[in-house]
Design a protein around this ligand. Structure first.
Ligand code: AMP
Length: 229
C-alpha cells in the first residue's frame, strides 16, 4: 500500500519530438530543476558503443545508418533501468523513448508493474527545416554528453567542454545522410505516437522553435498545468 502511495507522487515524463527538437537540451534543464532521473536511450546506447559491449556492437550498425535499434533490445534496457532505486525514489524523464507504438505499449505495461504512474508526454514541435539546421550544427561532449550548438554556443569539434573539459565532437548520425534517414524514420514510426497519447489524454504540445531558454519556460509552464488544460 505504502509503495503505491509513493509511486503516485513521483513524476514520469516522456519527451517526444523529432531528432533535433530539443529533447536532450530540455531534459538537462528539467532534471536540474526537478531532480528526476534522466533516462536517454540514445545516451545509454552511445555509452554501450563507446564501451564496446555486445549491446554496443549490435546498436552501432543501426545508429550509424540513422535507423532504430530493434524494439525488444531498447525495451529491455528501459525496463531494467525503470526498476532501479533512483527512479523509484525520484521519478524519471524519458528522452528518446518510446519511439514506436510497440515501445509505447510496452511502457504502458511496464510502468504499473514497477509502481510508477502513467507518463505525462511533452511533444516538442519544430519544423523539418529547423530540425535539419539544428542537427547539422549540433555538437556534443564526448565525456559528459552535454549538448551544444555551433550557432548559439560557438563551440566546435575539438573544443573543450565548458562543463567538464571533455572533447566536443559531432555525432556520426548528425551528418547529412543520417539526418535525412532519421527524419524519415521519425515521421514513419514515431510521429504516430502523438495521436496515441492525445487519444489517451496524456499529451502536452509545445511549440519548440525558440531558443532553449524560451522553450524551457513554455515546457515548465505546461508541466504545472493539468494535462489537456
Ligand atoms: P538519440 O540520441 O535519441 O537521437 O538516439 C540516437 C540513436 O539511437 C537513434 O537514431 C537510434 O538509432 C537509437 N535509439 C535511441 N533511442 C531509441 C529507441 N527508443 N528505439 C530505437 N532506437 C533508439
Amino acid at each position: 500500500m505504502q509503495q503505491t502511495a509513493k509511486a503516485a507522487t513521483v513524476p514520469v515524463i516522456v519527451l517526444l519530438g523529432a531528432p533535433g527538437a530539443g529533447k536532450g537540451t530540455q531534459a538537462q534543464r528539467l532534471v536540474e530543476r526537478y531532480g528526476m532521473v534522466h533516462v536517454s536511450t540514445g545516451d545509454m546506447l552511445r555509452a554501450a558503443v563507446a564501451a564496446g559491449t555486445e549491446l554496443g556492437r549490435l546498436a552501432k550498425q543501426y545508429m550509424d545508418a540513422g535507423a532504430l535499434v530493434p524494439d525488444e533490445v531498447v525495451i529491455g534496457i528501459v525496463r531494467e533501468r525503470l526498476m532501479s532505486a533512483d527512479v523509484q525514489e525520484r521519478g524519471v524523464l524519458l528522452d528518446g523513448f518510446p519511439r514506436t507504438l510497440a515501445q509505447a505499449e510496452a511502457l504502458a505495461e511496464v510502468l504499473p508493474g514497477v509502481n510508477l504512474p502513467s507518463p505525462t508526454v511533452v511533444d516538442l514541435k519544430v519544423s523539418d527545416d529547423e530540425l535539419v539546421e539544428r542537427l547539422s550544427t549540433r555538437r556534443m561532449c564526448r565525456s559528459c554528453g552535454a549538448i551544444y550548438n555551433l550557432r548559439y554556443d560557438g563551440l566546435d569539434v575539438g573544443d573543450a567542454c565548458p562543463k567538464c573539459g571533455g572533447e566536443v565532437y559531432q555525432r556520426d548520425d548528425d551528418k547529412p545522410e543520417a539526418i535525412r534517414e532519421r527524419l524519415r524514420v521519425y515521421h514513419a514510426q514515431t510521429a504516430p505516437l502523438i495521436e496515441y497519447y492525445r487519444q489517451r489524454g496524456q499529451l502536452v504540445e509545445v511549440e519548440a522553435s525558440g531558443t532553449p531558454e524560451e522553450v524551457g519556460e513554455v515546457v515548465m509552464a505546461a508541466l504545472v498545468r493539468p494535462v489537456g488544460g
